[in-house]
Design a binder for this molecule. Structure first.
Ligand code: ZN
Length: 342
């Protein structure tokens, strides 16, 4: 159910009065307009977002909300791939076209490379993918092996998870672990114990999609705990505020995991605004929405903070393989609120 505009107007102190809130997901657009001033001047780093599934509007809104850099993990694209060429083109786009497209909107783009758990169950294809993965993991902008781990927790998922942990060690790259939606606690514990078994340093491993059930064990064992603010299925940002209040900021990071599903590329700025309104100190917010992700993934040697801290404007004349995002000399920004499309 959506809240009506009139309800919002009569309840402007929505965030200050948690008793009046419910766990029913509501559209955030109108409230976001009221609260976005609270994060003016903040910089955000989204360490998990699937931009190939997002639009140019998303890029523009993200840049405007303070997102200066993103990490795009290699993942399943919804449609199961039937051949190696689809994997090759996808991996190439993560280090090629998408990276370029992002730069045109003023956002620094990194990625992690890997065979996702879902498609690890196609053994014939998985074998072929494992052969070509080393060709991609050393490319510029690749900050980790990911997202890998368990989905249905099958034997094949485990096999390719283990092989990719070895690849991460060899390439000296951090690991980004996708934890399953079903039987999450067991899947998370299993992912961590296998990583330790393979000799990975937990401080090089980012365990993703945590919740209240998994966070303590992940932090206690020295791993990074990432949280996905994703409507309906994962974490809501009200719950996220409580987690930060309870556990502090050390080794915790927030991401949107925005993809082709119902998700929100502004999950980080919105959560930051909510945190400001709930009285979380700015240095804590900065850690969980910016610094910790950089600290974890910079171990790859691929992240130069100056590349995105200085807000260098994009060059609209730049091209990638002869292609520009600006068709026929367009300007990179236009007034989306205008009825006219000139
Ligand atoms: Zn993902």
């Amino acid at each position: 159910m959506c809240e009506k505009q009139s309800d919002l107007k009569t309840n402007p102190s929505h965030f200050e009065n948690p008793k009046k809130t419910t766990d029913t997901p509501t559209h955030m657009d109108l409230k976001w307009d009221e609260y976005k001033d609270k994060i003016q001047g903040f910089k955000f780093f989204d360490p998990h977002i699937h931009m190939v599934s997002r639009t140019t509007d998303d890029y523009q809104n993200m840049a405007q909300a303070g997102i200066v850099a993103v990490i795009e993990p290699a993942f399943w694209v919804g449609q199961p791939r039937t051949g190696l060429s689809s994997f090759k083109d996808y991996y190439s786009s993560l280090v090629g076209w998408e990276r370029f497209r992002s730069s045109q909107f003023g956002i620094k783009h990194y990625c992690t490379m890997g065979l996702n758990s879902r498609e690890a169950n196609n053994e014939r294809l998985a074998e072929e993918v494992m052969e070509i993965l080393p060709l991609y993991v050393y490319k510029e902008g690749v900050v980790g092996i990911g997202e890998i781990g368990f989905d249905d927790q099958t034997e094949l998922e485990e096999k390719y998870y283990r092989l990719q942990l070895e690849l991460a060690k060899e390439a000296k790259l951090p690991v980004q672990i996708h934890t399953p939606h079903r039987d999450k606690k067991r899947g998370t514990e299993r992912s961590m114990s296998i990583a330790i078994e393979h000799g990975l340093d937990p401080s090089w491993v980012i365990v993703d999609h945590n919740n209240e059930e998994t966070v303590k064990s992940v932090l206690d064992q020295g791993f990074y705990a990432a949280f996905t603010i994703y409507p309906f299925t994962k974490m809501g940002n009200k719950r996220m505020v409580s987690i930060v209040e309870q556990y502090g900021a050390e080794r915790i990071m927030i991401n949107s995991s925005a993809d082709w599903g119902i998700s929100d590329p502004l999950a980080i700025p919105k959560t930051a605004a909510l945190m400001v309104s709930r009285g979380i100190p700015n240095d804590v917010i900065r850690k969980v929405t910016y610094e910790n992700a950089i600290e974890a993934f910079a171990k790859s040697g691929q992240i130069q903070v100056s590349d995105f801290e200085l807000s260098i404007p994009s060059d609209p004349n730049e091209k990638f393989h002869g292609n520009s995002v600006l068709r026929g000399g367009q300007l990179p920004k236009w007034n989306q609120n205008s009825l006219y499309i000139d």
